[in-house]
Design a protein around this ligand. Structure first.
Ligand code: SF4
Ligand code: SF4
Length: 124
């Protein structure tokens, strides 16, 4: 079961997780052209080997260890992680559309600073 990046990554996207991932399954990387346009980063669900290295690396605790562990108010972003494919414009657009819909649907959560947002996942 893949790890899932959620909304504290939105506009944080510092790529600390990319640096520790042993299988390069988190995209886009800073050296990829798609990075500037991406609102957040995504984990490829079939390439992730569930090693857990990315979780402690994330400064805003954006990464959950499974779909089941992902809070209800972040479940839409499971799909965003699942569909994003680097280099596939339609897939990237679909993932970003899901993220924009998430931002629009969660104004209270998104108003919380990224560093404190994960703690609020359980209560919003
Ligand atoms: S759990 Fe491991 S393989 Fe999966 S995204 Fe994180 S660092 Fe990469
Ligand atoms: S370390 Fe966290 S905030 Fe940074 S890019 Fe990865 S998931 Fe996003």
């Amino acid at each position: 079961m893949p790890f899932i990046i959620t909304d504290p990554c939105i506009e944080t996207k510092d790529t600390a997780c990319v640096d520790v991932c042993p299988v390069d399954c988190i995209h886009p990387r800073k050296d990829e052209a798609e990075f500037a346009q991406a609102t957040m980063l995504y984990i490829h669900p079939e390439e992730c080997i569930d090693c857990g290295a990315c979780v402690p690396a994330c400064p805003v605790a954006a990464i959950y260890e499974s779909i089941d562990a992902t809070p209800e108010n972040q479940k839409d972003l499971v799909e965003a992680n699942a569909v994003y494919r680097l280099g596939d414009p339609d897939a990237m657009a679909k993932a970003e559309e899901t993220v924009r819909a998430h931002i629009a649907a969660q104004p209270t959560l998104m108003a919380i600073p990224a560093t404190e947002r994960q703690a609020a996942h359980a209560t919003h």
